[in-house]
Write a protein that binds this ligand. Structure first.
Ligand SMILES: Nc1ncnc2c1ncn2[C@@H]1O[C@H](COP(=O)(O)OP(=O)(O)OP(=O)(O)O)[C@@H](O)[C@H]1O
Length: 248
């Protein structure tokens, strides 16, 4: 993997009143890395990602995307990244294709490249036949897919995804996983939160686990297993987050 640092997070914290949602988080992610961010409900994943993508002001700490401080030079940093939130926020009165044209114009994508990518990604996510319908008529999964098409059309250096497989059908989820793997091989850096531990186990280069706002483990699957070769990520996750007793 290329050793160029694409995401640097230093001493990032956020409080809501007296509640410490994110505590002193440090991250260093390289070019072409596929990084999975795991943690129980309410651990601080979305709060961290929103601060990293310039949507939520940090309480303290610094964030650099491809060497640019997102809070000091937001436009420069945002040119290099895309963010797929857990709940897609789209323009309901645009058609899918109009939404993609809007993305193409905001990011000033060359017309021919834009048209090739539109056809490619609409087809991969099986949206060609619905591309000229209003987004308000889309199902949740279709909204997620058109949002993903927008991110892939822009082809950012750094892609943030918050629980991206939620709402996708099995084929859509598989398409997304394949795309993320192939684009990361081409040098795209991917930072993805998920509750689906198989995804992290199968495709991520490194995994970070956050619990109660603090990073409690970070490393490759082998590093996290620390010699316990039979352990699954599920075993490690439950052990590390102190939730190993699952009662029914
Ligand atoms: N606007 C807010 N005001 C007060 N507390 C908040 C706010 N947003 C988030 N929190 C709290 O911060 C903590 C972290 O929330 P966050 O959404 O980052 O968790 P998460 O790890 O993404 O969880 P999940 O897996 O359930 O999506 C939670 O306890 C949440 O209730």
């Amino acid at each position: 993997m290329d050793k160029t640092r694409m995401i640097k997070v230093s001493n990032l914290s956020k409080r809501y009143g007296s509640f410490h949602a994110v505590k002193n988080v440090n991250l260093d992610i390289q070019k072409g890395e596929l990084f999975c961010f795991l943690g129980p409900n309410g651990a601080g994943k979305t709060t961290t990602i929103k601060m990293m993508t310039g949507l939520l002001e940090p309480g303290s700490g610094e964030i650099e995307i491809a060497g640019t401080n997102i809070w000091k030079e937001p436009i420069e940093a945002k040119k290099k990244m895309a963010y797929i939130p857990d709940h897609p926020i789209l323009y309901p009165k645009l058609t899918g294709r109009e939404f993609l044209k809007f993305i193409g114009s905001v990011y000033q994508i060359d017309q021919q490249v834009f048209e090739e990518r539109v056809e490619k990604y609409l087809s991969l996510f099986q949206l060609e036949e619905r591309a000229d319908e209003l987004i308000e008529s889309y199902s949740h999964g279709m909204k997620q897919k058109i949002n993903l098409c927008g991110a892939f059309i822009h082809q950012p250096d750094v892609l943030f995804l918050d629980e991206p497989t939620v709402g996708l059908d099995p084929k859509g989820a598989k398409t997304l996983k394949n795309l993320l793997q192939s684009l990361s091989k081409e040098g795209m850096t991917v930072f993805m939160s998920t509750h689906i531990l198989e995804i992290a186990e199968q495709m991520c280069h490194r995994v970070g686990i956050i619990n109660k706002g603090e990073i409690i483990a970070i490393g490759t699957m082998d590093e996290l297993k620390g010699g316990k070769t039979q352990a699954t990520l599920e075993d490690l996750f439950l052990e590390l987050t102190g939730d190993e007793k699952v009662e029914i």
